[in-house]
Design a protein around this ligand. Structure first.
Ligand code: HEM
Length: 417
């Protein structure tokens, strides 16, 4: 999927996805440090620190990796190269790198100027990348995974539009006729489209390709591919757009659909053909358990903000961040190895193998730190003192990931020369 059967001229230059993958872990570091030094986020999901953390994780870490991966997957998986890939990747990466901290700062400190400049920078800088990805998706192969990417892409556009609207509302910069009667409706739609429509549906669609291929499992059963996508997409649509009493039907269908996806993935992993341990497998398993836990915390009528907050942590750090780290740890060594092997004038014998770029031991150390950080952070809404070790451990896991990937990139550059 990432590059099986790939001809070098088919994929983008390695630098296009690489710059996103190398930057993303430092947003985990930033999120971890903020979570440790301002444990105020444990007060509730709408506290200023929680809002800043949410965006460091969703835009800075997940968005950075997911958009970087799209630059590789659209040409290779979907047979649809993105037009102008070099400039749009450069501009998109710069806008995420600069706009996300500005937005997070504005949310944290309640500074309207930073909020508006961050949101504006993100929109302006991401627009060329999104137009290019949209053109590629319109032209792409009709695979189930590509359909999931299309749904996720539309959800991302809705999330970004609502995010801009919310930033304008918070900064009191919206023209009179544009102000929402009830901003909570925008907030709910923004969060739902972002977390379920963009993050979850993209992971589901990518899993259909990568789980059987990288973890050598049987293929997903037919019901868990396109029919599940139809259920998830309709559920998000109903939860977003239907009249109030019906929205809960969409939410229930969404919870059941995501839980079914997690359970079937765990079952496929249990039935994998080669029973070798690997940090990627562990991270994906952790991710699926995180998804089940998050769904349970949102779906069960548990009282109070701490349970909602713990559900958010399970979703973002337990589910999404775990599978994304597992993916990046596979993609970067593979692409480095592949581009060196395919490069002019290099002979396969003299080149490092994939494990030289990132060893299992290095990836495992990072995965263990991530796991311990997750345990502390999920418990922190109930026991706020745990925010400090949880945040510091998350920052440490991010720093190790950043270091590991930078080391792989240096090895690539050395051989490239
Ligand atoms: C241009 C990009 C974005 C902007 C300008 C933006 C802006 C905002 C603003 C201003 C709020 C707070 C609203 C309030 O206090 O009432 C918010 C909340 C939120 N945003 Fe975003 N956002 C962006 C992208 C995203 C993305 C991509 C995601 C998810 C993938 C996301 C997920 C959330 C969530 C989950 C909340 C609610 C937080 C909570 O309940 O703790 N945002 N966003």
């Amino acid at each position: 999927m990432i590059g099986a059967g790939l001809a070098p001229e088919q994929g983008p230059p390695f630098t296009a996805p690489l710059r996103f993958f190398l930057t993303a872990p430092w947003f985990l570091v930033a999120a971890g440090l903020l979570a440790a030094f301002d444990p105020g986020w444990t007060e509730g999901p709408l506290s200023p620190t929680a809002l800043a953390l949410t965006h460091l994780l969703t835009l800075g870490f997940l968005g950075m990796v997911m958009l970087g991966a799209l630059t590789q997957m659209l040409p290779v998986l979907a047979g649809a190269p993105m037009p102008g890939i070099r400039p749009v990747a450069t501009i998109g990466h710069a806008s995420l790198t600069l706009g996300t901290p500005l937005l997070a700062w504005g949310l944290w400190r309640g500074e309207p100027a930073a909020l508006l400049h961050g949101a504006g920078l993100l929109w302006l800088g991401l627009a060329p990348l999104l137009i290019s990805a949209g053109l590629a998706l319109a032209d792409a192969r009709r695979l189930d995974s590509v359909h999931a990417m299309r749904v996720a892409f539309v959800a991302l556009l809705a999330t970004l539009a609502l995010g801009l609207g919310l930033a304008g509302w918070l900064a009191d910069a919206l023209p009179a006729g544009w102000r929402p009667d009830d901003p909570f409706i925008w907030l709910r739609a923004h969060a739902l489209a972002g977390l379920a429509g963009w993050v979850a549906i993209l992971v589901v669609g990518v899993a259909w390709q990568v789980v059987p291929m990288l973890q050598v499992t049987p293929a997903y059963p037919a019901w868990a591919t396109r029919p599940l996508l139809v259920v998830l997409t309709s559920a998000v649509g109903v939860a977003l757009l239907a009249p109030a009493p019906w929205r809960v039907v969409g939410e229930i269908a969404l919870a059941l659909g995501l839980a079914a996806f997690a359970l079937v993935t765990l079952d496929l992993q249990r039935r994998r053909k080669r029973k070798l341990a690997s940090p990627t497998l562990d991270l994906w398993r952790l991710g699926m358990l995180g998804l089940i836990g998050a769904v349970a915390l949102f779906a069960l009528p548990l009282p109070g903000e701490p349970a909602r907050l713990a559900g958010g942590v399970l979703f973002l750090v337990g589910f999404a961040a775990s599978v994304v780290i597992g993916m990046v740890d596979k993609i970067v060594p593979f692409l480095a190895w592949f581009h060196l092997r395919a490069g002019p004038g290099t002979s396969a014998g003299a080149l490092p193998g994939m494990k030289d770029f990132l060893s299992d031991a290095a990836a495992r150390g990072q995965a263990r730190l991530h796991l311990v950080a997750l345990v502390c952070l999920v418990a922190a809404p109930f026991a706020p003192a745990l925010a400090v070790p949880g945040g510091l451990l998350l920052a440490a896991a991010g720093a190790v990931a950043g270091w590991n990937l930078a080391r792989a990139a240096r090895l690539y550059a050395r051989h490239r020369r």
